[in-house]
Design a protein around this ligand. Sequence first.
Ligand SMILES: [Cu+2]
Length: 84
Amino acid sequence: MSIISSIAFSNKERAMTKTFFVPAISCQHCVMTIKRELSAISGVGKVEGDPQTKQVTVTLSSEDLLPKVKELMTEIGYPIAKEV
Ligand SMILES: [Cu+2]
């Protein structure tokens, strides 16, 4: 990424909410684990999860955090199948 495009990218930063489909969620304990782990990333706000729909909704301070969130979810055994 060039210096100019990286500056443009960081100027775009703003809070956003993303919802993911996470097939490995089977119960409330999974949701609690995900909440605890994702909350440790600075810039991650509210984390909500639903074992019924297997969806996780995360508030991020910046789009830049998305790769980090996806990486961590895979690391802890809850890979994100897709954004919903
Ligand atoms: Cu569980």
